[in-house]
Design a protein. Structure first.
Lengths: 663, 125
């Protein structure tokens, strides 16, 4: 018989305002095996933990039940507490009377009754608890960063700085991400390339960092400290070791009509290309969709002009296997497609552009060499309208419900830069709210209004009408003046909402990392663990976790690196002892468990058993405890009851259910 | 039941979803004809200020083109509010303005089906 102590927490008024905690402690006192039952204001506080420790020692307790918040919040805390008093940490059970009781019920009587029932269930479980010991596994001292934008670059640089090996996998031919496409950055207006390209070069030159460009993660196996990753290196038809990046092939390639994705299709590139002059690595890539040689076998110009002999039309996708201790997700964002917002005439007029397209139009390395010209007729626009929140803050099924966060600031930047460079140009910004939280952000926006004379109009644009004379009529309500405006403009710029990169969802499945409904990765705790995924060993950097500007992305990237370094600095990791095991005598070899195991932790082998005095060979399941994550899927799938989960055994769960159903 | 509640039930609109962006009024082709504009209908209903809306010509100037409903980023449906307020103004004046039995004599082969449906919606209970 266990000797059980019950400790009921008030959580200030969080629990005590809805649950009669004294009554709960009193009721649970008479449960079988309970030798002490008490309550305290904050059980997680030092005084509260001392109370538990003393009770364990004074009453020679063998099991502990804490009635408090969710085990996700403080199970680890109380496990440490009981371990400090000499108990096995797995002799603790938590009855969640906050999230499952006080926060969701209003009636004190009912809530108290439910709290008592949940306490009884936990007590019933503790009776069947057995001490568990966590195994240890070694940590591979190498990190993988998926995505080579500013987030991935900063995380990789910081991890390398601490002396650990780190690999960057980037799906594009160059690292750098979205920031390479930006012209200037708010609020200080430094040139994006000037601050980013040195970091890209640092990555390339750092001997701790290896860049897999034009590559994708194709398979992830293993667990924290010991991930086994397959990286697909897409065929670029150029030998990376031979190409010198001279660019001659990109000048001679006869296929000139390939939309240049770096300039968002505003101009064309060749079929063999280097995305931009500062690309890292500076290696040419052949676009197989457009290359005449690859499609019809007739051309070969690039091969002829290449003095390094780097062109290899027969190159195929190759695969690299590597082991990592930690994986950082830095997959970034994209502007949404605007096909559902036809009222802004984006698909009807070349002069309705997105903000990212404007960045390219204004960039010295852009299609117009930095002169702002209308895409349609290459003339200077004299009146420009910016439309905010296109697809952001939408609850209409077409856009995103969230605020994209960066648009208010970059629009102020665009408006300011245009007014500075072209003072004869009138600039209008149509806004719903101007949101500028951030250091020197509101001052920046006010400067756009007060010093640069940008016209901010509160009111959303209802329609953009392309006129026969090539102008665009912007129809909007001016809410502060109570009028409807019909403004004739030359250029309309849409602040399109941003969304996570499309590669994030399949990657999350591979990593078993959770996502929200918008496909942003979920953090382990929204406030206290913002750079970790709930899946151990998976870390989050940059806009894959939520919309972020550059300063915030870089801060988060460094924070993420600190967490990775903390993990890689350990030689071994304690595993989770709550893993599955198979009773080989009950196992009938049906493979049901193997099929449902998401971690590949179950394998089958033939074993000899002595049955009725005869040796019999039977096919039975066994679980690799280092790989098992304790999800319990196998225990449900097993038809013969051979699979069981340590700490959550079938008999423990049934005892809990019995305890609840008794009342 | 007060007027606001009646309007909300008749229209099925949740005015609290409005974030005051003004896109409805930015899209409205009848804007200059109207004393109260689509976004004002939403904010005035929210405040329970229904009577001035019922008395205003604005309820008859709405073309029911549904541009505001189509464009609203929050799914508020201002035109349905206007419709409900108009019904509130029209109904107490007694009787249906169109009856099902009258339809055959009014039928014109050129008349689109939709016009009949719209007329029913506008002029009968």
């Amino acid at each position: 018989m266990q000797r059980i102590g019950v400790f009921v927490c008030h959580c200030g008024t969080n629990i005590a305002a809805t649950v009669d905690v004294k009554a709960v402690a009193e009721a649970l006192k008479y449960e079988p095996g309970v030798v002490v039952s008490t309550e305290y204001q904050y059980m997680c506080s030092e005084a509260g933990q001392e109370l538990i420790k003393n009770a364990i020692k004074e009453n020679a307790l063998t099991g502990v039940v804490v009635c408090s918040c969710s085990p996700r919040m403080h199970e680890a805390t109380f496990r440490k507490t009981v371990a400090a008093a000499g108990l096995n940490p797995y002799m603790l059970e938590i009855a969640n009377i906050r999230e499952q009781v006080s926060w969701i019920h209003k009636n004190i009587e009912e809530a108290t009754e439910k709290a008592i029932i949940l306490g009884r269930a936990a007590i019933a479980k503790v009776h069947l608890n057995a001490p568990l010991t966590a195994g240890e596994s070694p940590v591979v001292k190498r990190a993988l960063v998926i995505g080579g934008g500013i987030a991935g670059i900063q995380t990789a640089l910081d991890i390398a700085e601490a002396g650990f090996e780190v690999d960057i996998v980037e799906k594009n031919p160059t690292i750098g991400g979205k920031m390479t496409q930006l012209d200037k950055t708010f609020p200080t207006l430094d040139c994006a390339a000037c601050i980013l390209t040195p970091k890209m070069v640092d990555c390339a030159q750092n001997d701790k960092i290896k860049i897999y460009s034009y590559s994708e993660v194709s398979e992830v196996k293993g667990f924290v400290g010991n991930f086994d990753v397959t990286i697909k290196r897409k065929a670029r038809y150029v030998d990376e070791n031979k190409c010198t990046g001279c660019g001659l092939c990109t000048e001679k390639c006869p296929q000139k009509k390939v939309p240049n994705e770096f300039n968002l299709g505003l101009d064309n590139r060749r079929a063999i290309y280097i995305p931009f002059a500062q690309a890292v690595p500076k290696i040419a890539t052949i676009d197989a969709d457009y290359c005449t040689m690859l499609k019809s076998g007739k051309c070969g110009v690039c091969s002829k002009v290449c003095t390094a002999g780097a062109i290899d039309y027969k190159q195929e996708d190759s695969f690299v296997n590597e082991k990592y201790g930690a994986i950082v997700v830095a997959t970034g964002f994209n502007p949404i497609k605007l096909d559902k917002y036809d009222e802004f005439a984006y698909s009807q007029s070349a002069d309705v552009i997105t903000s990212l397209e404007l960045e390219r139009l204004m960039n010295a390395a852009g299609p117009n060499g930095g002169t702002l010209l209308r895409p349609s007729d290459k003339k200077h626009p004299h009146r420009i309208a910016f439309i905010q929140c296109v697809g952001s803050r939408c609850d209409d099924g077409k856009g995103k419900s969230y605020c994209s966060k960066i648009c208010c600031m970059y629009t102020a930047k665009h408006a300011m830069l245009i007014r500075e460079k072209y003072p004869d140009t009138e600039v209008y910004v149509f806004y719903i709210d101007v949101r500028t939280p951030g250091k020197n952000f509101d001052e920046f926006y006010r400067r756009a209004v007060e010093e640069y004379g940008v016209n901010y109009i509160k009111g959303m644009v209802g329609k953009v009408l392309p006129e026969p004379d090539g102008t665009l009529t912007v129809r909007a309500s001016d809410l502060l003046n109570g009028t409807q405006l019909n403004l004739s403009c030359d250029l309309v710029v849409l602040a399109a909402a941003i969304e996570p990169d499309k590669s994030a969802r399949p990657l999350a499945t591979m990593l078993t990392a959770s996502m929200d409904t918008n496909d942003f990765f979920t953090e382990a705790h929204p406030k206290l663990r913002p750079v970790e995924s709930p899946t151990a060993g998976i870390f989050l950097s940059g806009a894959c976790q939520g919309p972020k500007d550059i300063p915030e992305t870089v801060s988060q990237a460094s924070a993420c690196a600190a967490k990775v370094i903390g993990l890689l600095a350990k030689n071994t990791l304690k595993g989770n002892p709550c893993v599955a095991h198979s009773d080989e005598l009950l196992c009938n070899g049906c493979s049901s468990c193997e099929k449902v195991c998401p971690y590949g932790a179950i394998s089958y082998s033939d074993k000899e058993f002595r049955i009725n005095g005869k040796m019999v060979t039977r096919r039975v399941a066994s679980v690799n405890p280092a790989v098992c994550q304790g999800c319990g899927a196998c225990t449900v799938a097993c038809p013969s009851g051979a699979m069981d989960l340590n700490g959550f055994s079938n008999s423990q769960i049934m005892a809990e259910v019995d305890a609840i159903c008794k009342w | 039941m007060d007027l606001k509640e009646q309007v909300l039930i008749m229209s099925g609109v949740d005015v609290r979803k409005c974030m005051a962006c003004g896109k409805c009024s930015g899209a409205c082709p009848s804007y200059n004809e109207m004393e109260y504009h689509p976004h004002q209908f939403v904010s005035m209903v929210k405040k329970g200020n229904i009577e001035p809306l019922m008395k205003s010509e604005s309820v008859y100037k709405c073309l029911t083109c549904y541009a505001c409903i189509e464009r609203c980023p929050r799914g508020v449906e201002p035109a349905k509010l206007i419709e409900a307020i108009r019904l509130l103004a029209v109904r107490p004046q007694g009787s249906n303005h169109i009856k099902a039995d009258d339809i055959p004599s009014l039928l014109d082969p050129e008349l689109p089906q939709q016009a009949i449906v719209t007329a029913f919606r506008k002029y009968s209970k």
